[in-house]
Design a protein around this ligand. Structure first.
Ligand SMILES: Cc1cc2nc3c(=O)[nH]c(=O)nc-3n(C[C@H](O)[C@H](O)[C@H](O)COP(=O)(O)O)c2cc1C
Length: 376
């Protein structure tokens, strides 16, 4: 399964794991894959602590960091020095509060609310180009970081130059063939072709259709990873057959014991059907595939306020989300998850997932070998 990209990055398997959880990153990396820490929700100080911990646990192996560098965002939120919460219109806040109040969800105790608020604002505040630059400054002080991936836009020229100078490979998320051409022109080394099936921010084109388009746009110069809808070894075979040099998975790790989700959240995850992973804007203001709930649907109803730009909708949503999780309300719980969520049924471990993916990969290759014309 080792591809040219594995050689360049120094990992054994072309299985890339996106996770906000350092334990997942470490376990995938130790198992021969390539863990990538989603850094966009951390403050620079938190990111420094996470990366230091990862460095200590991956025995010198390479890993990656993912930041969000949106091309469209609230410019005032980037410029302001005041509390970002003050930029959220009162009407939006009242709408969110009313949904939860009417459903009988208790408010957070004041000290917990203050902590949640601080964490969210410090983290979500980095979902702007300057916020991402602050995070990259931290990431580049960690030599084991060998790949930086940017989501929601091509890395700007100054970021490209900084990463090149540090000899770090650069990747970009991509949901459309035409975006691939833009990323190639920006000079990236890796494009993650992420189909609509994926959890998180996602476009409208399916992985099966997108990957060959992105591969064609990249030629030999840029490696492509297939993302969205991959949770089985057979799907890895399919991705490689389409011309990808590896797979990039996100939802799959949420069901592992190492993931950031607590037992209540995992219960919801394992009960979610594929068709309940829907694209909605309630979480960040941009379309995110996530678990459908009364909360996500309330924002889609006539009369709901217009979605706020990044990062403000995310701040508003995440405070409400913390309230829902504390009250353990399954009916209101929405978390990013892709269509493969319907294939996750019980808690497992990262190690078991990695073994299973490889076993299924080999079984599939064997099945395909039997289809090939016999040598004569
Ligand atoms: C919980 C969750 C959070 C995500 N957050 C980000 C993010 O911050 N940045 C990013 O580039 N991708 C993010 N993604 C998308 C993943 O990088 C990946 O492309 C996607 O999960 C692949 O599809 P899959 O969910 O079907 O495996 C997220 C995905 C999930 C499930």
């Amino acid at each position: 399964m080792r591809t040219a990209l594995c050689e360049k990055l120094g990992c054994e398997l072309p299985i890339f794991a996106f996770s906000h959880c350092r334990d997942v990153v470490v376990e995938v990396t130790k198992a021969g894959g390539f863990g990538v820490l989603g850094a966009a929700t951390f403050s620079p100080e938190q990111l420094e602590a996470e990366l230091r911990w990862i460095d200590q646990h991956v025995a010198g192996r390479p890993y990656g960091v993912d930041v969000i560098i949106p091309t469209q965002y609230d410019k005032e939120a980037e410029r302001t020095t005041e509390d970002l919460e003050n930029l959220i219109p009162q009407g939006h806040r009242a709408f969110m509060d009313k949904i939860l109040d009417d459903a009988g969800v208790p408010p957070l105790p004041p000290d917990e609310r203050a902590r949640v608020h601080r964490d969210i604002v410090n983290g979500r505040g980095n979902m702007t180009p300057d916020g991402a630059r602050r995070l990259l400054h931290v990431a580049l002080a960690h030599p084991q970081v060998k790949l930086v991936v940017s989501a929601l836009g091509s890395p700007p020229p100054d970021v490209m130059a900084q990463l090149r100078a540090a000899k770090v490979m650069v990747g970009a998320m991509c949901g459309k063939g035409e975006h691939a051409a833009r990323h190639v022109a920006a000079g990236v080394d890796v494009i993650v072709a992420q189909g609509t099936e994926a959890g998180g921010h996602t476009g409208e084109i399916a992985t099966m259709v997108l990957v060959p388009q992105v591969v064609a746009a990249c030629g030999d110069k840029v490696a492509v990873l297939a993302a969205g809808g991959i949770a089985k070894g057979s799907q890895i075979v399919a991705a490689l057959a389409l011309g990808a040099q590896g797979v990039w998975c996100g939802t799959l790790w949420l069901g592992t014991r190492e993931s950031e989700l607590d037992p209540f959240e995992k219960e919801v995850l394992f009960a979610t059907r594929t068709e309940d992973a829907v694209r909605r804007r309630a979480r960040t203001g941009k379309p995110v595939r996530m678990i459908k709930s009364t909360l996500s649907e309330a924002w889609e109803q006539p009369g709901a306020p217009k979605y706020l730009p990044t990062p403000l909708q995310g701040i508003l949503y995440n405070e409400a989300h913390a309230r829902v999780v504390r009250a353990k309300r399954k009916d209101l719980y929405s978390f990013p998850a892709g269509q493969v969520v319907g294939m996750l049924t019980q808690e497992t471990s990262v190690r078991d997932v990695m073994v299973e993916l490889q076993t299924e990969y080999l079984d599939t290759m064997e099945r395909l070998r039997k289809l090939a014309p016999a040598d004569t």
